[in-house]
Design a protein around this ligand. Structure first.
Ligand code: SAM
Length: 517
């Protein structure tokens, strides 16, 4: 940063208030420079950190709710395995219900003629057509590996048609060596490499193809639309440089037909502070989050939340001590070591680390096996574990989110179908108990939201919501029960709708050892 006026180069003390990066000696010179400067005027800068690699830092104080950046994807495309989708608009195709429309030239299923004619589809259509490759897309709407070639093909077409954009993609971190050690990459190596070189006759090689796949896996965002009709991945060059924090200070959302991403501050971010996102699920406990980050992004998270046995007072990963039986919590003695013992904060009752890991896997498995079309199993889970899993425990939260999605929308559980007494009894608030240790996001408070749901859903707020904003099917406001705190609607709705898929949890296996940590 220079302290010379950007226009006359004389000594300057005033800075551009929007980015804090450029100096001016007087307002006149700032005005004069604006046309040029506005192209680069952003409230952040990219820097490099020994541990994080490239990362993004605020260049001035940012207010909660302030849009930090807006960016269109460099590449958008299907996930490695994907349910049938239109290669042009990316909307899901229901091949079971609607007659299949295929592109006349490349034979990939699309929405219809309009999508077939869209410029987005032309380049890859030509490659497939020239190679006379006919895709086999099953009509059963299952997730299929046939889509795994599309996103890497788009990257290779970028190399051919927009080399400057491809250069940006190649600068992204890949973690290729770690990925190559996984079985998935052996499958990709066996299938994609010969497909691109021998079938599609692309000008590329094995390392380039696998590096591209690896860059996608390390940097892509899960891109969804609020209606739930799009579920793809996107590489956003600058936004992909955000580092991870389990108590991130931003949220993001996707907009428009081009799925541009809006990054918004959720808490005050001071000049010089890292701007962060989360690569995992905020409502998972530390054991699950750290394992997920290690497996998918190849680093050991050491953020403030991960280091704190109470997870900043939220106790999301903690379990009740059944020895004391009065709601005291068992927390990890060293959350950065999954082998470390867990200990009751009151009576010292200890559970070995390996048992907590086992318990976590057990509960994850139990939840993953529940029938997502029937709330009963989920309700029974809450009853079954009510002694061990406290209200704010990650697994309870996941199960309650699942129930929120079912009540009011499933056949037999629509609001009108529930008995009035049941509705009254189960009407509950999706509440956010603002955990005192974390700063509170002053989100505009919308009337408290009531949902016909199970017992109170108490969501500990680590001030930010996460990833894709999915619509929580919620019933309009009914009543306003007295709760400890206000419910900021926005964060609640943007909490990941715990997909009932990868959700697994902590179990508690009875170990009766008492010892010191
Ligand atoms: C999406 S990239 C972020 C940009 C990347 N740092 C770069 O230089 O291109 C994700 C990678 O950044 C690194 N990273 C991000 N957040 C981190 C954190 N909190 N601790 C350690 N490494 C982190 C990890 O290597 C991770 O796989």
């Amino acid at each position: 940063m220079s302290n010379k006026c950007a226009v006359c180069k004389k000594s300057a003390t005033q800075t551009c208030s929007a980015c804090g990066q450029v100096f001016y000696c007087a307002r006149e010179h700032q005005k004069q420079d604006w046309k040029q400067h506005k192209k680069f005027c952003v409230p952040f800068k990219i820097t490099t950190d020994e541990v994080l690699g490239r990362c993004v830092v605020a260049t001035r104080n940012l207010r909660p709710g302030e849009v930090i950046m807006k960016q269109a994807p460099l590449i958008l495309g299907p996930k490695v395995v994907s349910a049938p989708l239109c290669l042009s608009c990316h909307k899901k195709l229901n091949l079971e219900e609607k007659a299949r429309y295929e592109c006349d030239k490349c034979k990939w299923p699309l929405c219809g003629q309009e999508c077939e004619a869209s410029p987005l589809h032309q380049a890859e259509c030509q490659v497939f057509a020239q190679a006379e490759f006919v895709p086999t897309v099953k009509s059963d709407n299952s997730r299929q590996p046939v889509y795994s070639s599309i996103a890497p093909l788009r990257a290779l077409l970028l190399k051919r048609d927009h080399p400057e954009k491809f250069k940006i993609l190649r600068q992204c971190q890949s973690h290729l060596s770690e990925h190559l050690a996984t079985p998935v990459y052996q499958i990709l190596r066996n299938n994609l490499v010969s497909f691109f070189i021998d079938v599609l006759k692309m000008d590329t090689d094995e390392t380039e193809i696998l590096t591209i796949c690896s860059i996608f896996d390390t940097n892509c965002f899960d891109v969804r639309n609020p209606k739930g009709t799009v579920n793809v991945r996107g590489l956003y060059p600058t936004i992909s440089l955000l580092s991870h924090d389990c108590k991130q200070n931003t949220r993001h959302s996707f907009h428009g037909d081009d799925f541009h991403l809006l990054l918004t501050a959720t808490v005050p971010i001071k000049k010089g502070e890292l701007i962060t996102t989360t690569y995992t699920q905020t409502l998972w406990g530390t054991l699950t989050r750290r394992a997920h980050l290690k497996m998918s992004k190849h680093f050991d998270c050491t953020c403030d939340r991960c280091k704190d046995p109470t997870e900043l007072g939220s106790y999301v990963g903690a379990v009740n001590c059944t020895e004391c039986g009065d709601g005291s919590k068992i927390v990890s003695c060293n959350p950065l070591d999954k082998a470390a013992d867990w200990k009751c904060q009151k009576c010292g009752f200890v559970i070995e680390g390996k048992e907590m890991v086992w318990g976590t896997d057990f509960l994850k498995d139990e939840i993953s096996k529940l029938d997502k079309r029937d709330p009963k199993g989920f309700e029974e889970f809450l009853v079954k574990y009510k002694e061990t899993l406290h209200q704010k425990n990650s697994f309870c939260l996941q199960v309650k989110y699942a129930l929120i999605q079912m009540y009011g929308s499933l056949e037999g559980y629509r609001l009108a179908e529930l008995e009035f007494s049941v509705v009254l009894l189960s009407v509950v608030v999706v509440a956010v108990v603002l955990v005192p240790v974390v700063p509170v996001v002053p989100v505009p408070v919308v009337p408290v939201l009531l949902v016909p749901v199970v017992p109170v859903l108490v969501v500990p707020v680590l001030p930010v919501p996460v990833v894709p904003v999915l619509p929580v099917p919620v019933v309009p406001v009914l009543v306003l029960p007295v709760l400890p705190v206000v419910v900021p609607l926005a964060p609640v709705l943007s909490v990941p709708v715990m997909p009932l898929l990868p959700v697994r949890v902590v179990a508690v296996s009875p170990s009766t050892k008492k010892s010191k940590c």
